[in-house]
Write a protein that binds this ligand. Structure first.
Ligand SMILES: NC(=O)C1=CN([C@@H]2O[C@H](COP(=O)(O)OP(=O)(O)OC[C@H]3O[C@@H](n4cnc5c(N)ncnc54)[C@H](OP(=O)(O)O)[C@@H]3O)[C@@H](O)[C@H]2O)C=CC1
Ligand SMILES: CC(=O)[C@@H](O)[C@H](O)COP(=O)(O)O
Ligand SMILES: [Mn+2]
Length: 383
């Protein structure tokens, strides 16, 4: 029996993970759930899973929940609550499905506490990939990627030597605006941007998919996970999202992982690895699918991907700036304060204003994240 803490249980990945875990009652026990403030859904999840405790990041909501459950379950709060549960003895696996920068410190604490990490929170690797990969080695822990592309690559690499990789081919759906002209992007609405063609996901990552920043973040994520230089990570638009990514080896052979676009498949693999277990989340019907197509990404139209490539090859604290500026800009777009095309503009301004630090320590990352957020929030169009 493996004890699991789900960070971000009320989110899209968290809810999918609960569906997966419920299929394995003799194998997994959820000991902790953590959320930001959705205590209504958390309460339903508590009734279903009977965890030992919960973390509610929002302190006011944590008090409300605590009064409501009246001592029947342990209620922790804030960042300290997250860091406490990931280090407890009754946790073997931490599924980190928090969104954004908030995932960083819990990942670090979980690694230092020797837990297996199932990592959906790609921002952790984007902002602090160097620190995280070093810590993983030092603490000899397993970090299994949940992100569909990286989980696909991880699956392709079973039985292979990383030194035999020639390049990685990361597939991208192209998002809802793949076939729109660049000039039309200025006036796209939040509702249109939230209509992902293939995946049902949280709002932040869905907007990232629409700008193609998601793929940019994933290039950086792959760079750290698989130890490859950025020029060996190629993005290809594959609108059907059936091939989740590919690895090309030195002899020209290519391995790919395919499947229906359902996150329960990579979540289950990350939790049961190295075993592969039965699942019934849908099968690919190639005849019905008819065709699979591939296109070059348009880096002029989708500037976020171009900027992410540039930042990734320079490194240092630039990816932290990219991530922080993106998080603030995406939130401003979701709140209808800025236009869609302002997202790359704002990120460029934050990057241009930044003085980088190379081989950053955690304190540098925390400082740069907070300075960038302040810088972006003070920009005229956002404040
Ligand atoms: N959704 C998907 O299919 C995929 C997601 N990912 C990555 O996985 C991560 C999660 O994405 P997704 O599930 O879509 O996001 P959602 O926005 O749907 O969910 C985020 C979850 O995190 C919780 N949360 C947010 N901030 C905090 C905090 N400070 N402390 C505690 N809990 C917090 C939210 O709680 P509350 O509900 O209370 O707000 C919610 O449970 C992201 O990094 C994303 O890029 C990667 C691949 C696919
Ligand atoms: C499901 C998943 O892993 C997402 O990151 C997905 O890849 C988003 O789709 P895009 O390819 O449109 O970014
Ligand atoms: Mn992905």
């Amino acid at each position: 029996m493996k004890n699991i803490a789900i960070l971000g249980s009320t989110g899209s990945i968290g809810r999918n993970a609960i569906e997966v875990i419920r299929n394995f009652p003799d194998r997994f026990k959820v000991t902790y759930l953590a959320v930001n403030k959705n205590i209504e859904l958390l309460f339903e999840q508590v009734k279903l899973l009977r965890p030992r405790g919960v973390v509610i990041f929002d302190k006011e909501k944590a008090r409300e929940f605590s009064n409501f459950v009246n001592g029947e379950i342990e209620v922790l709060s804030g960042e300290e609550g997250l860091l406490e549960v990931v280090s407890r003895d009754d946790v073997d696996v931490v599924l980190n499905s928090l969104v954004g920068f908030s995932g960083l410190k819990p990942t670090i604490k979980a690694i230092e506490s020797g837990k297996r990490i199932a990592l959906a929170n790609k921002e952790t690797l984007v902002v602090a990939g160097e620190i995280i990969t070093k810590l993983i080695k030092e603490n000899n822990v397993e970090l299994i990627p949940v992100d569909s592309e990286h989980n696909a690559i991880f699956q392709c690499l079973v039985g292979e030597n990383v030194s035999d990789i020639n390049r990685i081919i990361l597939t991208a759906s192209g998002g809802p605006f793949l076939y729109r002209d660049k000039v039309d992007l200025e006036n796209v609405t939040v509702e249109e941007a939230l209509k992902h063609p293939n995946w049902k996901m949280g709002n932040k990552i869905t907007i990232d998919s629409a700008t193609l920043m998601n793929k940019g973040l994933e290039v950086i994520e792959a760079h750290w996970l698989f130890g490859l230089s950025v020029d060996k990570i190629k993005v290809v638009i594959h609108p059907q999202s059936v091939i989740h990514s590919m690895v090309e080896f030195v002899d020209g052979s290519i391995k790919a992982q395919l499947g229906v676009p359902d996150m329960k498949i990579p979540i289950q693999y990350a939790l049961t690895y190295p075993e592969r277990t039965y699942a019934d989340y849908g099968r690919v019907d190639f005849v019905k699918l008819g065709q699979m197509t591939f296109l070059e990404p348009d880096l002029d139209k989708f500037e976020c991907l171009r900027i992410a490539y540039e930042v990734a090859s320079i490194g240092g604290t630039y990816p932290t700036v990219l991530n922080a500026a993106n998080e603030v800009a995406v939130e401003a777009f979701l709140n209808k304060k800025i236009k869609f095309t302002k997202i790359p503009d704002i990120i460029k301004r934050a990057i241009d204003a930044h003085k980088p630090k190379f081989n950053p320590e955690l304190e540098d990352i925390l400082r740069v994240d907070s300075e960038t957020r302040k810088f972006v929030k003070n920009l005229e169009e956002i404040s």
